[in-house]
Design a protein around this ligand. Structure first.
Ligand SMILES: [Ca+2]
Length: 285
């Protein structure tokens, strides 16, 4: 089922994305939908293919695969870092710690650069991928949560139902979508991953991943992620947070904050349902 899902055609971003200024704190309400909803929503469960060790001290805020290597960003003031991690052993191969003033958030690796957000400092950092040398800072308004890219733009979450698109070179905000399920905003979008034309977002404090159409903002699928950790493993673990996609081998990895394990998973389609009614259609014709 996963394979058929992954073969869905890549949807190109349309000009329907509103190009507005950004102010996440004052844009928490959901604007009217500007595109018709899909006919169905698909519910998936998660099947574990492999388990790998994960640093139980890592407060995971970002997870990405680039050129076959696993990269991770961690948070908390005084413990924030970027890391290159050995998948099979969980060993930290390379690490760059952040100054204590910063709380690290999402990361994305693109074209030899590793980009990292911070939570409330309104600044992001760009590192050279191999040396972890910090080569550039950039600014944004509001909070920084998750980060990924689609090859054309970075995609950023900020804890609300809004996702921002950042210019792949300048890192300036160039667009946004509001994420909705029916008429309901989907808030607390956290760590992100772009997988075969869709944005995957784990929802803060939920064992759920939303599969988001990047063109419309509609959640078209939900993945139930409950039950990955045993009760024993849950004892010291925090929430699910971290999705990474190895595009070359079509492998999906997930982990969480202070989770002792990292999982390679596949999605198993459970059922489809008619899409919730969307009443607030704005100017859609
Ligand atoms: Ca990710």
């Amino acid at each position: 089922m996963l394979q058929s899902f992954l073969k869905m055609p890549l949807k190109i971003f349309s000009a329907g994305i509103a190009l507005t200024g950004c102010c996440c704190s004052c844009r928490s309400s959901l604007p009217p939908a500007d595109q018709p909803p899909p006919e169905t929503v698909t519910f998936y469960t998660c099947h574990v293919l492999e388990k790998f060790p994960h640093d139980p001290e890592a407060f995971t805020q970002g997870l990405a695969v680039y050129d076959g290597s696993l990269y991770e960003g961690t948070g908390l003031r005084g413990a924030s870092s970027i890391r290159k991690v050995a998948l099979e052993t969980g060993a930290v191969l390379q690490i760059q710690k952040l100054p204590d003033a910063y709380f690290g958030e999402g990361i994305a690796v693109q074209n030899g650069r590793l980009v990292q957000l911070t939570w409330k400092s309104q600044v992001g950092f760009v590192y050279e991928k191999d040396s972890f040398e910090r080569v550039r800072d950039f600014n944004y308004l509001g909070e920084g949560w998750g980060l990924t890219h689609d090859g054309e733009r970075f995609i950023m979450s900020d804890g609300t139902a809004r996702l921002r698109f950042l210019d792949i070179n300048t890192l300036e905000t160039v667009g946004e979508i509001y994420v909705r399920y029916g008429d309901e905003p989907v808030r607390y979008l956290n760590e992100l991953e772009y997988i075969d034309g869709y944005i995957y977002a784990n929802i803060w404090r939920k064992d759920r991943i939303a599969i988001i159409n990047p063109q419309s903002g509609y959640v078209e699928g939900w993945v139930d992620m409950a039950g990955l950790l045993t009760a024993q493993e849950r004892r010291n673990a925090d929430v699910l947070n971290g999705i990474a996609y190895d595009e070359e081998d079509s492998r999906i990895f997930v982990t969480g904050k202070r989770w002792p394990k990292l999982f390679e998973i596949e999605l198993v389609e459970e059922r489809q349902e008619a899409y919730p009614v969307v009443r607030d259609m704005g100017n859609t014709k």
